[in-house]
Design a protein. Sequence first.
Length: 751
Amino acid sequence: MREFDKQKHFLMDVFKSQAYVPMKKKELEILLDVEKDKRSEFAQVLQELVDEGQVEITKRGKYQIAENRPKFIKLKDHKSKKPSKAEVAAKKQSLNQVAKNANRPKNENLEPDIIGRFISHKDGYGFIEVEGSDEDYFVSRDNTAFAMQDDTVAAVLTFGAPGKRQEARVIRIIAHGFSDVVGTYEKSNGFGFVVADSNKLDRDIFIPSGKDMGAVTGHKVVCHIDDYGDDSHKPEGVITEIIGHKNDPGVDILSIVRGFGIDPEFPDKVLKQATNVAKPVSEADRAGRNDIRDLTVITIDGEDTKDIDDGVSLEMDGENFVLGVHIADVTNYVQESSALDVEALKRGTSVYLADRVIPMLPHTLSNGMCSLNEGEDRLALSCIMTFNPKGELIDHNIYESVINSNHRMTYTDVFAIMTGDEDKRSEYADVTEMIDQMYKLSQILRAKRKKRGAIDFDFPETHIVIDESGKVVGLAPYERNDAHKLIEDFMLAANETVAEHFNLMESPFVYRVHGAPDPEKIQSLSRFLGACGYTLKGNKDSIHPKEIQKMLESLAGHEDEAVITKMTLRSMQQARYDTECKGHFGLAAQYYCHFTSPIRRYPDLQIHRIIKDHLRGRMNDRKVSHYESLLPQVALETSKLERRAEECEREVDKLKMVQFMKNFIGQEFNGNISSVTGWGMYVELENTVEGLVHVSTLYDDHYDFIEENLTLVGERTGRTFKLGQPVTVILDSVDEQARTIDFILTEFQRF
């Protein structure tokens, strides 16, 4: 009953919000992201609120606060406190801001045929995505009711000729998808406008006099929308933050960051708390922990890494390998529900950008007391695993520890030792033998993982080199060697071991899950491979990762390897966090979690708390109930925040690549076709920059798009453009605002 009552309290907070407008049950389900299997329970919660007199249903079937509701209703079996303001705020944050709906269309009383998410196009039209539907619905420019990107809308169907896309007309905006916009300010006489950076918002935002914070033309700003506008006036807002002038170094990246709702700065309260808790390890801190400071531990990271989560150790027990993975005990400094914890959950993850890192925790902790710095005592959670010569786990132990890192090593140093560099072997003579044994174990674990079917999507990454002024001075590939793979192998081993341990204990937990691919996507991939002369064996309705692994291995060295590997990756599901252990398809692992990076990932921090509650004997019924109530929302929110961070990182990389390529307009490059669509083909250059060759620039013929094998075929010439095909292109233009690059094939260059 406790969870039932919490839902009632939460719903009452939604209904009492000044921004709430009466909605029907179906609309509430969409707004509140109620899963299909929970809708019966949701209906019961609504009905009980109605029965109690707290809520009433209007004649149109909409729910609202009852006009004569009782001042106090005692909830049945109510034993828990009403959720705190912080809990309510955290849950509300996952919802879109409830629309004011002050300017509804005249046909608002129509019953909607569909409710979904609106996706806008820069040319004014849009689409509606409906949960559970494979098809989206086209909305013409005149039928959007001025809906904006990510708005939740109700619509009626208007047209659906056989073989054509179904069309719809928006009749009501249920909730706006955003309330804050990043853009460029343009000052006028007594007022101003904000031109949004996002091309999804095609109307300027009017800024009345006195609401501009003193911004001048050219300032990048954050604008809060007060009025979303209608057919007679523009949206209206107030500037809440001046990021800087658009020409100032770093402002371009900060504008993207703020556009994703990511704050590069921490609140003063959080910074102060971080300073207060970041005290050196004391005798009291060491109490009850395994003191293993005499154990040889090294950290292995990139040259520029400052937030060092993990250290490793290795001892031999006869022929067996005793591997230690030691992870910073961040929970000792970040207590649950503290200001630090609330902020960390709000961020979800650190964000790694081309020129900076926006950390999940303040630098005082992320680069200081929580970082396993060389020669300094640090608190850790240690996972000690014993593997036999076949790489089979025969014993393990997980405990709280105190460690002291012997060396802060880099991938470059370790790889040099692994490959026989005598200078490095001499410099690190005290750990050279241990690294040799680590290398041996790493290869054993990798071979074992490969044997069970783990898929290795090893794509080259690009390092964007930026100078102090924010200018891109070069693009260089990241070198990934066997030292990187060694750390990856050891972290995977620890993550699997910890996940299996607590799954068998039937403990509340947060797992990292990766579902099997959708059978339809595998069927499409199989057809594409067949058209290219390759075969994907196995049952397409329940494919085993080993079959995908074998197919990718068969492509090694072929000219189609990179393209088909990318196509295969696109057919995979997205990994996410979940409270149920559903396995990891890509790793062919039955048990998997994220345990090894609590400085930069909130799920790791969360499960460290669970582990310590078990180790300290605190996992009683009250704790179990607490985690069972808390963890589903943590898994959902951190999955969303992870995707937000990844999208932000990609957009920054795209911007910097566009800025770099701006210097080479008119020059010729070699590349390969990386994607083919109905409007043209994307070409990836050797430096990993990607741009579009629009079909309209192919003057020799009219080209048809053959979806089955992703090719463009000339109607008259029969000429074909297909994935992986090498081409020579000329850089025609770049668009920093849209972050796009346009090529033309050399033979079609303009004179």
